[in-house]
Every structure is written in C-alpha cells, then in structure tokens.
Design a protein around this ligand. Structure first.
Ligand SMILES: [Zn+2]
Length: 145
C-alpha cells in the first residue's frame, strides 16, 4: 500500500495535488470535447451548403485563408471575415445543441454580428436582415459573388 503510506505522511499536499490535477485534466478533456464536437457538424454543413454562408450566401474558406484571398483578390484581413464557422441556429447559450440539425455553416462576420447583439435574432429574421443589407451593399466591405 505505498500510496496510503505516502498520504499518511503528506496528506494535505497529496490531496491538493491530486485534486488539482484531476480538475485540470477534467477541464482540458471537457474543453477539447466541446470544441471538437463542432468540427464535424460544421464540415458537414459546409459541404451541404456548397461552401456558401447560410446567411449572406457568400463563399467561405475553411482551411486556407491565403489561397482564398488570392482567389478572390482580397486582402488576408478581408478574407478573415469569410472564414467558415459552425453556427448554432438555436443559440448555444439558450440551450441550443451542437447536433447536426442545429448547426449551419456561416461566415465569421455573420456569426459574430449575430452574437454581438444583446438579443441574437432568430435565424430567419437575421437572414432577412442580411438580405436587405446585402441588397443595399452595406454588409460585407467586399462582395465576392
Ligand atoms: Zn455570412
């Protein structure tokens, strides 16, 4: 029983270290899991939408920013806005799941703008708003299609 003997000698230090390590490793596993869980649904949605944003219907990139920038003759800074992200239709914070039927692919710009609002509008309403903005030319700084 070497562990028990050791904890008899250094009970508080050992407990602290074990609890700390457990917390950290559970935390890392949880973060890795919750992050990873969006990758697959996002990439399925990206393919299903043929690489176009669910909201603004602009092309997106998922791996190669520079290639995308040179293809559309825009700066890397502009291209950053068109990065493909996994978007929760029912907002994650409100309990929206990361299952496939709740995930669409949206460009970083549309995604961030929706969630920067105090009350993120429902997807259909948000899409209409972006349609109107796109028609007026006041959504993205550049238009790719
Ligand atoms: Zn978009």
């Amino acid at each position: 029983m070497p562990v028990r003997e050791l904890s008899d000698w250094f009970p508080s230090i050992l407990n602290y270290e074990m609890t700390g390590t457990l917390f950290i490793s559970v935390g890392i596993t949880y973060m890795a899991k919750s992050r990873k869980s969006l990758i697959k649904p996002r990439s399925i949605a990206f393919t299903r939408q043929a690489g176009y944003c669910f909201y603004c219907n602009q092309p997106m990139w998922s791996n190669d920013l520079l290639e995308f920038a040179s293809k559309y003759k825009i700066t890397p800074g502009q291209a950053k806005h068109f990065q493909c992200t996994g978007e929760h239709l029912e907002v994650h914070q409100d309990g929206g799941s990361s299952k496939q039927n709740n995930i669409v692919a949206a460009c970083l710009f549309c995604n961030q703008k929706r969630h920067r609002r105090k009350m993120p509008p429902p997807p259909e309403q948000y899409k209409e708003l972006i349609d109107r903005r796109m028609a007026k030319g006041c959504w993205h700084s550049v238009r790719l299609n």
